[in-house]
Design a protein. Structure first.
Length: 369
């Protein structure tokens, strides 16, 4: 059965201070692994309780065990070099965005050997999450081609002669992962694909084309790999998240979904589209005309970047505006992105996070009953 919840959020939640402190102590060798795991488990219990109190029907573990939403490929597999935290944070962040303008791509960052999987990426996360909640437990994974960033033409060819070879190997790992998640009882997996909206920007087009595919191929080939993962677990609900960058309350690009809407919305065989619509950077709702009739659109109207107070009235009106294009019964409400895409987190408080999740649930109750 396809998950049809009207209340959703992208996945990551602010890391509690006790967990961040424990991570620092673990890295300094001041805490044993068993003690760190206890603190980590308690932190997950805390954010699951928060989501339940706020009225979330779909809950995650907040991605609390990860450095970044996409980092588990390097944490679970050997074959990479120079995968520091900056591997997940780098980018040319616009000057009117919050924080520093740019973070350089780590020199030497690359896959340099064939991948050797040491453990599953998310199965342990899900097994623990399932054990502590009766709500719908969602697991997030990156779109396979997002990790094409880790293939460097000058360093990776000995292991993977082409970008296709590398992304195909990543896809096979994700295929195994979603099958294991399904075996464990998972109902809902979300693929995160923030790289596709970056293709509306010429600078990012040039970067991605330097990897070996034209920007059109990034869409066409990337969607093929996304669908290979989705098709591997029939009966599982898949979400597909698109945004324009989210690190430390910063963003990377602006622009309507229109240039990429038709190939993605009609090509990706996901059941739920989680789309960024929290401000004018996202453009209007018109690209939703391309959404297939069998998909639910989760409108990311609630920002995770700032403490802005969204009201039930304002959100309800925005939903009605979108319903002029996509019928109300195929809409849902969520956040524009995660609250803490990496351990850095956004410039908001845990109180802001709680209020925003509660407002989403309250708005959904008013609009859909």
């Amino acid at each position: 059965m396809v998950v049809e919840s009207r209340v959703d959020h992208v996945g990551s939640l602010l890391r509690p201070r006790v967990l961040l402190d424990a991570r620092a102590r673990r890295e300094a060798g001041e805490i044993e692994p068993v003690e760190f795991k206890r603190i980590e488990d308690d932190a997950v219990r805390g954010v699951v309780g928060l989501q339940e109190e706020c009225g979330c029907v779909v809950v995650t573990d907040g991605e609390l065990r990860r450095d970044s939403f996409q980092s588990e490929i390097a944490a679970a597999c050997d074959g990479f070099e120079n995968v520091t935290l900056d591997a997940w944070l780098w980018g040319d962040w616009p000057s009117d965005s919050v924080g520093d303008r740019s973070t350089e791509r780590p020199p030497g960052l690359a896959v340099v050997e064939r991948l050797r999987k040491r453990r599953n990426l998310a199965a342990e996360e899900f097994a623990f999450l399932r054990s502590i909640t009766g709500r719908i437990a969602k697991v997030t994974l990156p779109s396979p081609s997002l990790l094409g960033n880790l293939w460097a033409p000058e360093r990776s060819r000995a292991a993977y002669p082409t970008l296709d070879d590398f992304v195909a190997d990543v896809t096979s790992i994700f295929v195994d992962e979603v099958r294991e998640l399904q075996r464990l009882g998972c109902r809902y997996v979300q693929l995160d694909a923030p790289h596709y909206p970056l293709l509306v920007d010429p600078v990012w087009q040039a970067f991605y084309e330097s990897r070996g595919w034209s920007w059109q191929e990034w869409l066409a080939r990337g969607i093929e790999f996304d669908n290979a993962v989705i098709d591997a677990a029939p009966g599982l609900t898949f979400g597909f998240h698109l945004c324009r960058g989210n690190q430390g309350s910063r963003w990377l690009v602006s622009g309507s979904y229109e240039p990429i809407a038709r190939p993605i919305f009609q090509g990706v065989r996901a059941h739920r589209l989680l789309l960024e619509y929290d401000d004018e950077r996202s453009g209007g709702f018109e690209p939703l005309e391309h959404v297939r009739a069998d998909q639910i659109v989760v409108l990311g109207l609630v920002t995770t970047k700032t403490p802005r107070v969204e009201t039930v009235d304002w959100l309800s009106q925005r939903i009605r505006d979108a319903a002029r294009i996509v019928p109300l019964e195929r809409l849902a409400l969520g956040t524009q992105c995660g609250f803490s895409t990496s351990i850095v987190g956004n410039a908001i408080s845990e109180g802001d996070e709680r209020r925003k999740l509660t407002t989403i649930a309250e708005t959904a109750a008013r609009v859909w009953g």
